[in-house]
Each structure stands twice: as C-alpha cells, then as structure tokens.
Design a protein around this ligand. Structure first.
Ligand code: FPP
Length: 262
C-alpha cells in the first residue's frame, strides 16, 4: 500500500508550508553548478503542487527566496530571479489547467522589476482559480514580516485609527504579510536541516513540523504523501490533555482558519 492510499481523507491538512532546502547540495553531489539544483527544484515544486491538489490540500506555501538569500553571490541571485520569470512563463498553462491560484508575500518591492512584473501578471491571470492556492514567500523573513506589521500597527495607533486595547490576535494577523492565509497545519523541511530559518514564526505556533533528509530536487509526490501520513499519526493537543480532547474541550489558542479570498 502506498502512503497516498493510507491517508484519511477527512484529516488532510488545509495548508502545508515547505522549506525547500538542499538544491545546492544536490547539484554539488553531481558536479553541477548550484543553479542547476534550483532548476531541478522547480520540477519538485510542480510535483508538490500536483500532490497537494490530488489529496485536497487547499493552500501550499513554499519558501522560494529569503531576505537572507540576497547575501548569496550575485550570479546565484540573478539566476534565481531569472528562473522565477522563466518558470512563471513555462508553467502558466499548467497552473491554469490545474486550477492553481498563485499568490506571493514578502518584501516584493525589493525584487528586480522583471521578476515583479511577471509575478504580478501571473497572480492576476490566475486569480479566479479555486482548486489550490500556491503562495511563494519571496524576499521574505518572519522577523521582517513581524517588524513591518508592528510599524503599520503603530502608525494606525498614532493616526487614531486603532486603540492599543483593540490589538487582538485577530487584528494583529491582518497586518501580517501572509494575511488572509490560514496558519499551516504542517511544515515540511527537506535536506536534513532541523531549523525554521526565519520562516512563518508567528503562523507556526501550533504547526506540526516534519523534517526529511531528502534533498528538495529529489522530493517526490510519495514523499509528500508520507509527510501527510505522519501528520495524521500525530495527536494535536494545543496544550490540552488527551482526556480533555476526548471530552471535546476546545483549545483556547486561536488557530487561524481559512478565509477564501481577501
Ligand atoms: C534552498 O536550497 C533553495 C532556494 C534558496 C531556492 C528555491 C527556489 C526554487 C526551487 C525556485 C522556485 C521557483 C518558483 C517560481 C516556484 P539551497 O540553495 O539553500 O541548498 P543548499 O542548502 O544545499 O545549498
């Protein structure tokens, strides 16, 4: 029986986030340049989107470029920015055919204009698709996100539009770059590294973490199904006891639920 066959269709995560790591090592192991690893990584993104769509995941978010990645050699940064443009061109038919709505969050103003223009066009062209939302975290880091949220929030307080005592969890999340995405239930990181690397720090408060040694370009649909199968074997307690959960006690923590569109 494959991992996919073992899945309980009633407990599929609505939102999966992925830290796609290991492209450089995949290339080095083959004596190739790093950008070849990123190119192969695009095939793995396609497989992950297809796998998620097949089992009914509604949101897939991938960490495509971090704030810290700007410090990489200019040749690699340029290759990645060009790869985004080429990928958005070559995958557009497939996104449309498969009902994929594209979205992006991060410091998008810092992207080169060729990448930003193509990205915004792709977001516009796919905005009516409803099967799955693929979000690209681009020029993103969670600390950047939290700081920009606090700056906007402070400006609203200063401008008299918001009172400090009204800053609830529900209000705060509206200032985050990911709004209105729901929190991910499952976060996958490939390549054996076991850290969060400044990704979605606020949103993963109660997310299940799954680490796999597989390098991102080698990540298959079956690997994704295995991660979901492991997710389904875990008991999510949100700070409650096993017994309380059986009695139907609701957790106090606010886990953001999905909102279909802004
Ligand atoms: C991490 O591997 C990967 C990245 C920094 C880039 C990932 C981007 C893509 C796969 C392109 C996606 C594009 C679209 C449009 C979806 P690494 O370079 O850190 O690998 P290493 O740790 O082995 O060096």
């Amino acid at each position: 029986m494959t991992a996919k066959d073992s899945l309980d269709p009633r407990r599929i995560p609505r939102h999966i986030a992925i830290i796609m790591d290991g492209n450089g090592r995949w290339a080095r192991q083959r004596g190739l340049k790093r950008h070849m690893g990123h190119r192969k990584g695009v095939d793995a993104v396609r497989r992950a989107v297809e796998a998620c769509a097949e089992i009914g995941v509604e949101y897939l978010t991938v960490f495509a470029f971090s704030t810290e990645n700007w410090q990489r050699p200019a040749s690699e940064v340029n290759a990645l920015m060009d790869l985004m443009v080429r990928t958005l061109n070559s995958e557009m038919d497939s996104l449309q055919r498969n009902g994929v709505r594209l979205s992006a969050f991060g410091d998008l103003d810092s992207l080169p204009s060729r990448t930003r223009t193509r990205l915004f066009q792709a977001i516009e062209d796919t905005r009516h698709n409803t099967r799955i939302t693929l979000s690209l975290a681009l020029s993103y880091s969670a600390r950047w996100e939290i700081l920009q949220a606090v700056q906007k929030l402070a400006a609203d307080v200063e401008g008299g539009r918001l009172h400090p005592k009204d800053i609830t969890h529900t209000v705060f999340r509206q200032y985050l770059a990911t709004y209105p995405l729901p929190d991910p239930e499952l976060l996958i990181r490939t390549s054996g590294e076991q850290r969060i690397s400044n990704f979605l720090l606020w949103q993963i408060a109660y997310t299940e973490l799954y680490f796999t040694p597989v390098l991102w370009p080698d990540f298959t649909k079956e690997h994704l199904f295995e991660a979901v199968a492991e997710f389904q074997r875990r008991q999510r307690r949100f700070g409650l006891t096993d017994e309380q959960l059986r009695q139907g006690v609701s957790p106090a923590i606010t886990v953001d639920t999905a909102i279909k569109s802004p």
